[in-house]
Design a protein around this ligand. Structure first.
Ligand code: SIN
Ligand code: FE2
Length: 199
């Protein structure tokens, strides 16, 4: 089922349970090569999500700002974006161009993500594709400028969102996780993948 909210295309239940399990295995392989870390915001606050990336660049934050980095903090290159993720990207965006980065966020019980725009990329005509796995997350969709009325939707395991077109710079965030709502991840929590064309 596809739901459209403020220009975001939300494909509810797009991935069946078998595809979800396979994707988790792919995420684990990425995290084995590029371990998850807790980034610091430029303001010095630790982010509540843990993250890593796959692709030619990885999203990174510290006192120096938000940016894409060519290396994992360990100094190693980021692993390749799994073929399963590239397939999903091609299927739902219809693009031949591959994403440069697949950011992997892990939300534990108390993790959240404040309202923000994805704007560290060079060209906003490319969409961002987001995949949710594991526990449900309350996703809030705002406006093209900060503030104003918002709409929220629970993103559940297997849901995929395409944020593109006029909605590419729409503010969005995750208010909270419904911890333990899914049995996909044995220790609970939520994984979100976001694929981006960076440059
Ligand atoms: C993000 O905006 O980077 C993550 C969105 C989500 O976790 O659903
Ligand atoms: Fe985002």
């Amino acid at each position: 089922m596809r739901v459209r909210i403020r220009g975001f295309d939300i494909f509810k239940g797009h991935l069946d349970p078998v595809a979800q399990v396979a994707l988790v295995a792919d995420v684990r392989a990425v995290a084995a090569a590029a371990p998850m870390f807790s980034p610091q915001t430029p303001y010095g606050k630790p982010m509540s999500v843990r993250m890593t990336s796959a692709g030619s660049v990885g999203w990174y934050a510290d006192r120096g700002g938000y940016r894409y980095a060519p290396m994992h903090p360990s100094g190693s290159a980021w692993p390749a974006i799994p073929a399963s993720v590239l397939e999903l990207w091609a299927q739902l965006t219809g693009l031949e161009r591959h994403p440069d980065c697949c950011l992997i966020n892990y939300y534990g019980e108390d993790a959240r993500m404040g309202m923000h725009q994805d704007k560290d990329e060079a060209d906003f005509s490319w969409p961002v594709l987001s995949v949710s796995l594991g526990d449900a997350g309350l996703f809030r969709i705002g406006n093209s400028t900060r503030g104003g009325k918002t709409e929220s939707i629970w993103l559940e395991s297997g849901d995929v969102v395409v944020m593109g077109g006029d909605a590419r710079l729409t503010y969005h965030g995750v208010d909270r996780i419904r911890f333990g709502s899914s049995s996909l991840l044995p220790k609970g929590g939520r994984i979100n993948l976001t694929c981006r064309v960076v440059s």
